[in-house]
Design a binder for this molecule. Structure first.
Ligand SMILES: Cc1cc2nc3c(=O)[nH]c(=O)nc-3n(C[C@H](O)[C@H](O)[C@H](O)COP(=O)(O)OP(=O)(O)OC[C@H]3O[C@@H](n4cnc5c(N)ncnc54)[C@H](O)[C@@H]3O)c2cc1C
Length: 613
């Protein structure tokens, strides 16, 4: 059929057909898991590369054709997500906030908004500054390229109308994930860009070469005919004939099991939906087990396996294999604050009201899509981002915010469980973050825009840190999620700076043709105290960019994995997903996860080639 999924499902192996052991077990067939499984199973015929790879995925395929259309980028089908909530968040008025964790083959890439951008060079250089040699932007750029194929946009008239610019040299030409600009630009976007320029935010010619700050165009991960290009279509479907690659669906990895010498030798798995105590299967891994279960479950699996904070494991009755306090800590995201302006004299057509109020336009939109896969419905969540440096947002106040951050007692706003090592790690992070706060080449707030007056202001470099903690009374229940959103008052100060700057943007000369009228926060809220209250009632927990819960940092700084992505204190176990991020980059995370997992695969292959210790 259209997706060829009958054939795909025939390939999916039955638990009864499992071998006793594989060379590699990849835990989680989400975005990073499919990348790593593809690369590790490359070259199946020539020894010694004939590696048997098993991917174990909790979810299944999403074969709904609508999930491949750009409009799926804002739908987030509940069946493709874990049904979880965070604990009440004191920093945002005790609201619980949304949690996004994918539970489907392809993971986040199957359901995400298809905004395909990278962070700035500084974002990744900061990882290296934290003691992670080899992870700066120049070393990651080859992997960004390797994962991508940039297609020249199909409609030159749209490119000319929007003045969309790009530099093909920063993209790959034959990578598995396709990217391009869709054949539509809302006219209001051009006005918004011009207004940004007027308030000191220039437009980048191309952001993906390490310049994702100020204002810029962002491609979407879609193919030339505007179908979602994602881990399944790019890394899994094309390799379905490989005899050495197997995918087991609807199974949950409970634990990784270790030898006396603390070598990870097998995974214990259980059929999805079966109760605690139901039969499990143990599958062996001769070479390595790679955790790719995402920011929420990679730390949970580690903790269940005896790798995590000693006190937590003891409370849960789990024998300690490696006392790593950082497992499940360091949780970061981009908390969003919804800001709303109404454009009283909006241009036509616009994304806010034109399709609702003009039947002719609405019919044209549908027709354009069904006949040509073009027009407004070809845009997923958008193509324009402002990533605003703090020095631009708050030129007179940024030094005071930095001074406040540096004067804080580090433990004051961190989870009570933080050890001396973790505190030292946070102090290092704070040094780096405050340097970013005064950098003109790093975005601190993201303002996505697409011609409408309302958007989510996203805090790109928060000081607050959350946790993912095993339920000690039910190890197989979903873990306790605490984002600690805005718990550090510096995050509130940064958000207030962003709100004020948004107002400055709306007051720019070019913007006046749209007559922007503030709806929320509301013009009556002006003082720090008033805006602080607004922030706490309107900020959310997540933009689905959660990361950092098995961070790559030196162990003496509370890290969980080394720059080779190997888990400290054991052998044969690595992390290849978004959990390894030590400091959240100022970008949507999908492209970064492709680069991380491509690099992870190379690291794994290199150690296999050089012989394991
Ligand atoms: C709704 C949503 C919208 C987003 N929008 C964008 C966007 O527009 N642009 C952008 O750049 N980024 C976006 N992102 C972020 C990006 O998609 C993610 O950061 C990325 O996909 C994470 O990849 P991962 O491999 O670390 O985890 P995932 O892709 O989440 O993969 C983890 C996999 O592990 C499986 N799993 C979990 N536990 C177990 C277990 N115990 N045993 C076996 N399998 C298990 C899960 O089912 C899942 O398939 C979005 C994410 C979401 C969820």
């Amino acid at each position: 059929n259209y997706l060829g999924h009958d054939e795909l499902e025939r390939r999916q192996i039955d638990p009864g057909a499992l071998k006793t052991a594989y060379d590699y077990i990849v835990v989680g067939g989400g975005q990073s898991g499919l990348v790593i499984a593809n690369r590790l199973s490359e070259d199946p015929t020539s020894e010694p590369s004939h590696m048997l790879v098993l991917v174990i995925e909790y979810g299944t395929f999403d074969n709904n054709p609508a999930q491949l259309d750009p409009t799926s980028g804002e739908k987030y089908p509940p069946g493709d997500l874990f049904n979880v909530t965070a604990v009440p968040q004191p920093g945002i008025g005790n609201r619980t906030g949304t949690v996004y964790a994918a539970s489907v083959v392809g993971g986040g890439s199957t359901i995400n908004g298809m905004l395909f951008e990278r962070g700035s060079a500084e974002d990744y250089d900061n990882w290296e500054r934290l003691g992670n040699s080899g992870w700066g932007f120049s070393q990651l750029l080859p992997y960004f390229k390797k994962s991508t194929k940039f297609n020249t946009p199909v409609d030159p008239a749209v490119v000319a109308f929007g003045n969309i610019t790009w530099d093909p040299s920063v993209y790959g030409t034959d990578g598995p994930i396709q990217a391009t600009y869709p054949p539509w630009v809302w006219p209001g976007t051009k006005i918004q860009l011009k207004a940004f320029n007027e308030v000191g935010v220039p437009t980048q010619f191309e952001a993906a070469g390490g310049k994702s700050y100020n204002a810029y165009w962002v491609p979407n991960n879609v193919n030339r005919t505007n179908y979602r290009s994602y881990a399944r279509s790019g890394y899994y479907d094309p390799v379905k004939s490989r005899p050495n690659l197997s995918l087991l669906l609807n199974y949950r990895v409970n634990e990784v099991l270790f030898s006396k010498a603390k070598h990870a030798h097998s995974a214990r798995i259980q059929a999805r939906g079966t109760p605690n105590g139901a039969p499990t299967i143990t599958v062996g891994a001769n070479t390595e087990i790679v955790l790719c279960a995402g920011w929420l479950h990679t730390p949970q699996i580690l903790q269940r396996s005896g790798i995590g904070p000693k006190a937590l494991l003891t409370a849960a009755g789990i024998p300690i294999i490696s006392d790593l306090p950082g497992v499940g800590s360091n949780l970061q995201d981009h908390p969003p604050a919804e800001i709303r302006f109404s454009y009283e004299t909006d241009v036509f057509p616009n994304p806010t009201s034109s399709a609702q109020t003009n039947a002719t336009f609405a019919a044209w939109v549908q027709d354009e899509w069904t006949q040509h896969r073009s027009g407004p419905l070809s845009i997923p969540t958008g193509n324009n981002i402002g990533a605003i440096p703090l020095t631009t947002m708050n030129p007179t106040g940024y030094k005071a915010i930095i001074a406040k951050a540096l004067a804080q007692t580090p433990a004051a706003y961190l989870p009570k469980t933080y050890t001396a090592e973790q505190l030292a790690g946070f102090v290092e992070q704070r040094k780096i973050l405050t340097a970013s706060y005064q950098s003109p080449t790093n975005g601190i707030f993201e303002v996505p825009f697409r011609g409408s007056g309302s958007t989510a202001l996203c805090l790109e470099k928060p000081m607050s840190r959350g946790t993912v903690t095993l339920q000690t009374t039910d190890l197989y229940a979903e873990p306790i999620i605490d984002f600690n959103t805005n718990i550090n008052p510096v995050d509130v100060d940064l958000t207030i700076s962003a709100v004020r700057f948004y107002r400055t943007w709306m007051a720019a000369p070019s913007m006046q043709q749209l007559s922007p009228a503030e709806v929320s926060p509301g013009t009556n809220l002006t003082t720090d105290a008033e805006l602080s209250t607004w922030v706490s009632t309107s900020m959310g927990t997540s933009t689905a960019h959660s990361c950092g819960t098995a961070a790559m940092m030196p162990q003496k700084l509370g890290g969980v994995v080394s720059p080779e992505l190997l888990v400290y204190g054991v052998t044969g176990l690595s992390v290849g997903d978004i959990s390894m991020i030590p400091l959240i980059p100022a970008t949507h995370t999908c492209a970064t996860v492709y680069a991380i997992s491509e690099k992870a695969a190379d690291l794994i292959k290199a150690r296999a080639a050089s012989g394991y210790p």
